[in-house]
Design a protein around this ligand. Structure first.
Ligand code: CUA
Length: 187
């Protein structure tokens, strides 16, 4: 089941529960009942304890999954990506200058990236906006970031699948947009 559908069902369940609680309280408030304050207090404390226990379980389960600590980590390797009509220059040595760019794209050794390492792509463009999009060996889209002139956008990824990866452009950038691509290998 897609995660959006699970999220919708969870939301629906909680919405029904909340509506039901309001309905029951509304219905019950019509009847007159005598309650002792001590009993009400005990009930409130019980509710508080249940809420605290649920909160601790919820935090213990979700807090370790917060992405900020991993974002603060240094990447194991930096890969520089430069978009230019109609190709992607991909290099592990420092960012190519405009003069070096043709060389990187046309004659550069195909980039080979290690597996299970945190790779950071630093992506920019020499002309117009391009869409730097990563496709794994099974042609599944696994990541995307804009390549924009004057900006350096970052995309982090840890490759687990070895093989040939393809980079396609997902932002219409001119009459050669459909053939704009790049490639690299994961060992
Ligand atoms: Cu570059 Cu479309």
């Amino acid at each position: 089941m897609p995660v959006q559908q699970i999220a919708f069902l969870v939301w629906l369940l909680f919405a029904i529960i909340i509506a039901a609680v309001f309905g029951i309280i509304g219905w019950r408030s019509r009847q007159k009942v005598d309650v002792s304050p001590a009993r009400v207090n005990r009930f409130r404390i019980l509710l508080l304890v249940i809420l605290l226990v649920l909160s601790v379980i919820f935090w213990a389960y979700t807090l370790p999954k917060v992405p900020y600590p991993t974002e603060a980590r240094q990447p194991d390797m930096v890969v520089f990506v430069t978009g230019k009509q109609f190709n992607f220059g991909i290099a592990t040595h420092p960012m190519p200058t405009e003069k070096e760019w043709e060389e990187v794209v046309n004659f550069g050794e195909p980039v080979v990236l290690p597996r299970n390492k945190l790779i950071e792509f630093r992506v920019t463009s020499l002309d117009v906006n391009h869409g730097f999009s990563l496709y794994d060996p099974d042609h599944l889209l696994i990541g995307q970031v804009q390549a924009m002139p004057g900006y350096m956008n970052r995309l982090r990824y840890r490759f687990t699948k070895p093989g040939e990866y393809t980079v396609l452009c997902l932002e219409y950038c001119g009459n050669g947009h459909h053939r704009m691509r790049g490639a690299f290998t994961v060992q």
